[in-house]
Design a binder for this molecule. Structure first.
Ligand SMILES: [Cu+2]
Length: 118
């Protein structure tokens, strides 16, 4: 009984760490292109910050052979891009409103966030 409780506590601790404590790698974008690696279930960096009015220039390099990773989707912006393996894909757009825009793979296992601030 104790062991089960302990395992449960560790699991809860891990979940809290994963969702609330672990800081995503964040990157403030300048006018330069931000390079994002798609590998092992994560985008690196997974959080990009831009200013409103600034063109977002991202380059995606997909190293993950999982077919699920073959697209990156910006749901709220109605944008999606094909990501062939081991090829750098340049993406360039300008969000018209400030906010948090998630970008994900098709099954939302890869999750990244684009933060557009005023
Ligand atoms: Cu996926």
């Amino acid at each position: 009984m104790m062991i089960v409780n302990l395992a449960g506590l560790i699991l809860i601790g891990l979940i809290i760490w994963w969702f609330w404590i672990k800081k995503p790698q964040s990157l403030k974008a300048s006018s330069d292109v931000v390079e994002i690696i798609v590998e092992n279930g994560v985008y690196t960096p997974s959080r990009i910050e831009v200013k409103l009015g600034q063109a977002v220039k991202l380059s995606f390099l997909r190293k993950d052979p999982s077919p699920c990773a073959e697209k990156v989707i910006f749901d709220k912006l109605n944008l999606s891009f094909d990501l062939p393996m081991n090829k750098t894909i340049l993406v360039d757009f300008k969000p018209e409103q400030a906010g948090e825009y998630a970008f994900t793979c098709q099954m939302k296992m890869y999750v990244g966030s684009l933060s557009v601030s005023d």
